[in-house]
Design a binder for this molecule. Structure first.
Ligand code: UT7
Length: 392
């Protein structure tokens, strides 16, 4: 599927960004005490040196909330102005309700629709494309797109083939409609479900519901054919990148920075070679975070912006691949002057009040629902008819 936004005046721009990672850092040497591996193997074969791992009480939602609040701060936006909250994740807090709903409630985004999106490591770019199109179509003004994961919760810590690769984190962007030139220019999304077994969490769904046997067989953890995914990635990333650039009427030479999914430095090097761009234009922070699935692209984008690698009018290419199999690429022209002004204290204070208020409102609603259910039983019968008093 491809979409281009050149024909309309209404465009979608990134106006806020933020990321969050757990405090706890696990380096390659720590992993050597858990599985038969070495710092040298992990560095040479992947480029990863350390990763952040969620601590007790930290979840995909709590990381997403921190990233979202940081992004709203940069955008200087009242969460009540959000129309859409989309969380791309393969590690939601619950199968349902959606993590996006927890976030909508915690942010006090009272007017926002909220849903999760599952497209593996391509999830964030899928979400970005979907929300950008919805905004450009005219129905919505502001959207929040988040890629957030706690992969450590579905990692088999006895499997050296996978446990050295993954990390936890979240990245968020705020999208806004306006008529300024630039913004999201085009997207290419794709899937090939015949590759479903190459990267899968087999149990916990309707195909293999949770049971003692599935837990004992570690079927609730990530299972991956690394070599096959590697070969797929090196082919699909350059292919999707070329196609999205063609859609936008641009060439590889126009691209200032590529923000690829951070899975393996060797994949990034192969993609750079294949695309014919210097490795310096291919952003990598893999060494510090490992593969954070749908969080990796927004986290890398945040860091690239904060490191001054993004300037106004730069063409930025986001490209990813992952479980499904899926792939996605988006090209955008950066339209915001950087650095953004520090938000007024008043607005920051207002947002902090909004978060407090959202907490209170949520508690109050839960209490009211409980009270309503009990009062309802006293006053009404099961069909909803008001009960008659004895003397009536
Ligand atoms: O986000 C999308 C999801 N994932 C990916 O994108 C991952 C894509 N794949 C990869 O990044 C690479 O395929 C891996 C990093 C997973 C593996 O690297 P590789 O160069 O493809 O290694 P391999 O699977 O071909 O294994 C080579 C050897 C094997 O030993 P033998 O059979 O040759 O004796 C493995 O058992 O390396 C061994 N090995 C390890 N050795 C030390 C595998 N994992 C480890 C390890 N430490 N952690």
């Amino acid at each position: 599927m491809a979409s281009t936004r050149a024909a309309t005046d209404r465009r979608t721009h990134i106006v806020g960004w933020g990321m969050a990672v757990p405090e706890r850092v696990v380096n390659n040497h720590d992993l050597c005490t858990m599985v038969d591996t070495s710092d040298e193997w992990i560095r040479q074969r992947t480029g990863i040196v350390e990763r952040h791992i969620a601590g007790e009480g930290e979840t995909t939602f709590s990381l997403a909330l921190r990233a979202a609040q940081a992004a709203l701060e940069v955008a200087n936006l009242d969460p009540a102005q959000l129309d859409l909250v989309v969380v791309a994740t393969v590690t939601p807090d619950y199968a349902f309700p959606a993590t996006a709903c927890l976030l909508q409630d915690a942010l006090g985004a009272e007017g926002a629709a909220a849903f999760d999106l599952s497209a593996g490591c391509s999830g964030f770019v899928y979400g970005l494309s979907v929300v950008a199109d919805l905004i450009a179509a005219g129905g919505y003004e502001h959207g929040l797109v988040i890629g957030a994961e706690t992969l450590s919760r579905i990692t088999d810590w006895t499997d050296r083939n996978t446990c050295v690769l993954f990390g936890d984190g979240a990245g968020a962007v705020v999208l806004q409609a306006n008529g300024a030139p630039g913004g999201i220019l085009a997207s290419v999304l794709g899937a090939d479900g015949s590759g479903k077994d190459l990267l899968i969490q087999p149990a916990g769904g309707s195909a293999l519901p949770a049971s003692i046997e599935t837990v004992q067989a570690r079927q609730h953890t990530v299972q991956m054919d690394g070599r096959q995914v590697f070969r797929f990635a090196t082919r699909i990333m350059p292919d999707a990148s070329r196609r999205v650039l063609a859609q936008a009427g641009l060439s590889v030479q126009d691209v200032s920075l590529v923000i690829p999914h951070q899975a393996n430095d060797r994949i990034l090097q192969a993609a750079a070679r294949n695309l014919g761009i210097e490795e310096e234009r291919m952003y990598s922070n893999l060494s510090r975070y490992g593969n954070t699935s749908s969080a990796s692209i927004p986290m890398a984008l945040c860091e690239a912006i904060d490191q001054g690698l993004v300037k106004r009018d730069d063409v930025i290419l986001l490209t990813g691949f992952g479980a499904g199999l899926t792939w996605a690429a988006t090209v955008l022209r950066w339209s915001l002057p950087l650095p953004v002004p520090v938000p007024s204290r008043q607005m920051a204070f207002w947002r902090s009040l909004r978060y407090r208020w959202a907490q209170l409102r949520s508690r109050w609603r839960r209490w009211w629902r409980w009270a309503d259910a009990h009062l309802f039983q006293i006053l009404y019968d099961e069909e909803g008819r008001r009960k008659r008093r004895k003397h009536e």
